[in-house]
Write a protein that binds this ligand. Structure first.
Ligand SMILES: NC(=O)C1=CN([C@@H]2O[C@H](COP(=O)(O)OP(=O)(O)OC[C@H]3O[C@@H](n4cnc5c(N)ncnc54)[C@H](O)[C@@H]3O)[C@@H](O)[C@H]2O)C=CC1
Ligand SMILES: O=C([O-])C1=[NH+]CCC1
Length: 314
């Protein structure tokens, strides 16, 4: 009989997962996905609208042959949640690929926060302009915090600006992170002159406009994961060189891509592998939707770290 699955809760996932180990694992997952050679199986996320409660449930399975990783994430994202509960909550199931038995059930919320920020950081590593002085974050929730943490660790920004719909939540964000943050009263003020812009909002209408974005800047567009939702206007979508995590998903899920009719230049995995160029001198935009391979690779890393910790020391 197979062993009973283990459970790894949020605090333990946060303890086991380090960006230093996560970044190369995600780069490899992005490259393997973008080879499109049949070795990675990842259907586009299946999303169930829960209209009555203004929410969605997404199911994200993947199998990666080379690392022999089989997992699925189940993620809920709701517009209105009770005070104190986060809008996104996720669980990852990790299977034994040889017989399909369940190995681990783990918190997926921390995984989602960290792997999404890490993928944006990878995109920025490859697509960033030469000058990196000002980082702008639009939104002040869970993803804003994880993005702040890895971006200020990895890049030498001199200034970080944040804008959120309410000044109160932007100020709460500024009080939660370590380091100086300039709270801006408008998105425009936050964006003007920034070298890197991150959009991490639950908006369904544009919050970022092309006319504000400095030519040559890099944008990580992380929100708006529904075909009718936008975070960017058409001007930005059409004038920037557009990179995505998955072309197939972008054409099915991203309102910014579908409704603007912008052309996709490349997948991030192709840039990491070196088969498509990083046009850093132009304005670049990475449209992130989130992929199951990122969750599967991260969950395997968490599980391997958990196993290593449990092993008796000789
Ligand atoms: N690409 C990816 O892999 C992933 C993307 N996401 C997306 O990232 C975004 C942020 O997620 P979290 O930080 O976890 O959510 P959160 O609920 O913690 O924060 C959402 C932020 O958006 C703001 N906001 C809500 N409605 C808005 C509107 N109409 N206009 C402007 N701002 C608005 C809120 O004030 C808050 O600052 C969401 O769109 C989410 O779906 C989340 C996980 C993975
Ligand atoms: O990849 C992910 O987990 C999500 N992307 C958008 C909402 C949740």
């Amino acid at each position: 009989m197979a062993d009973a699955p283990i459970f790894i809760g949020a605090a333990e996932v946060a303890d086991l997962l380090q960006y230093g180990a996560l970044l190369p694992v995600l780069e490899r997952a992005l490259v393997d996905f973008s080879k499109h050679d049949g070795m990675v199986v990842q259907p586009v996320r299946s999303t169930v609208p829960v209209d009555k409660h203004n929410g969605f449930l997404g199911v994200m399975p993947a199998y990666m042959t080379e690392s022999d990783t089989l997992a699925t994430k189940i993620v809920r994202f709701y517009h209105q949640t009770a005070f104190g509960t986060s809008s996104h909550q996720a669980t990852v199931l990790l299977f034994n690929p040889s017989d399909g038995s369940l190995r681990a059930i783990m918190d997926g919320t921390v995984i989602t926060e960290m792997r999404t920020a890490a993928v944006s950081a990878i995109a920025t590593k490859y697509l960033k302009p030469d000058r990196l002085e000002t980082l702008c974050i639009l939104g002040s929730g869970a993803q804003a915090i994880s993005h702040y943490n890895i971006f200020t660790q990895m890049f030498p920004f001199k200034q970080v600006r944040v804008w959120s719909r309410s000044r109160e939540s932007a100020e709460r964000f500024a009080g939660q992170v370590q380091g100086q943050v300039q709270v801006c009263t408008s998105a425009r003020e936050a964006v003007l002159g920034a070298d890197v812009v991150i959009t991490v909002t639950m908006a369904s209408e544009p919050v970022l406009f092309g006319e504000w974005v400095k030519p040559g800047a890099h944008v990580n567009a992380v929100g708006a994961c529904r075909p009718e939702w936008r975070e960017m206007d058409d001007a930005l979508m059409k004038n920037a060189v557009l990179y995505v995590d998955s072309k197939e998903a972008a054409l099915m899920e991203s309102g910014d891509v579908i409704l603007s009719g912008a052309d996709i230049f490349a997948e991030l995995g192709e840039v990491v592998k070196g088969t498509r160029p990083a046009l850093c001198e132009k304005t670049t935009l990475f449209k992130s939707l989130g992929m199951a391979v990122e969750d599967a690779a991260t969950a395997k890393l968490v599980f391997d770290c958990w196993l290593a910790k449990k092993k008796p020391k000789l």
